[in-house]
Ligand binder design. Structure first.
Ligand SMILES: C[S@@+](CC[C@H](N)C(=O)[O-])C[C@H]1O[C@@H](n2cnc3c(N)ncnc32)[C@H](O)[C@@H]1O
Length: 217
């Protein structure tokens, strides 16, 4: 497993330094060590943590990265990115009002998380509320996942992107291998594929692609 800035190992488990001391987002364990408080990062709840454990080679999230997070849900993974990027902003796009209500329990405690109730398929509805984006992370489990990412990338011109792909959300009849191949091909329109990772044993349904924007795009 590669080491990345902002990602720590505590008692053999992944962790991030809690930017809001004493605050838990999803019942994760808090551990104090060397005057700092760490939040253990559960790979069964968070696909980026699973990807790190499964051999992710390049980590696009830096201390000052601005991230567009599509499909933020209640903020489990987004809150760890908020810890990793304390000098950046995490724009959290979520279209379910129910999940947004839960996310709004988290964002007042993590000041660099910006909640946006919006549909990731319509970036023109939130583009004016966002200054600049370094990385797009997408985890939406929708039928047209590649198109959603390409459309957002066209508008926000990030240097990097990461996407999780769920084959059953795209086509339940085709084999997962075929669906993953087809989605990867579509993404090659805008991105170089740096790495493709399966997330087993933490997540059986998804693969994760680490992407870099093609030069000249
Ligand atoms: C698998 S969950 C995300 C889990 C989250 N990324 C995490 O690790 O903490 C997918 C989320 O995407 C949201 N979603 C699906 N389609 C969306 C869309 N078009 N726009 C915004 N959010 C969407 C769903 O409401 C759901 O909360």
């Amino acid at each position: 497993m590669k080491k990345f800035k902002g990602v720590h190992q505590i008692k053999g488990k992944l962790a991030t330094i809690n930017s809001s001391q004493g605050f838990r987002v999803y019942d994760e364990r808090l551990v104090r060590k060397g005057g700092k408080e760490y939040r253990l990062w559960d790979p069964f709840r968070s696909k980026i943590a699973a990807a790190i454990l499964n051999g992710l080679e390049e980590f696009p999230f830096k201390r000052n990265s601005n991230i567009l997070y599509l499909g933020a849900s209640s903020g489990t993974t987004a809150s760890h990115l908020a810890d990793i990027c304390p000098d950046g902003l995490i724009y959290c796009v979520e279209f379910s009002r129910r999940m947004m209500r839960e996310l709004l329990q988290v964002t007042p405690r993590k000041e660099n998380m910006i909640p946006l109730l919006a549909d990731a398929k319509k970036p023109e509805t939130y583009m004016r509320r966002i200054a600049s984006i370094d990385v797009i992370y997408q985890d939406v489990a929708q039928s047209n996942q590649a198109e959603i990412l390409l459309r957002n990338a066209e508008i926000f011109s990030p240097k990097h992107a990461m996407i999780t792909i769920k084959s059953r959300s795209i086509n339940a009849v085709k084999s997962p291998k075929q669906v993953f191949r087809e989605e990867t091909e579509k993404l090659k329109d805008g991105f170089e594929i740096l790495q493709k990772l399966t997330l087993q044993p933490y997540d059986k349904d998804h693969i994760l692609l680490n992407l870099q924007t093609k030069k000249g795009k």
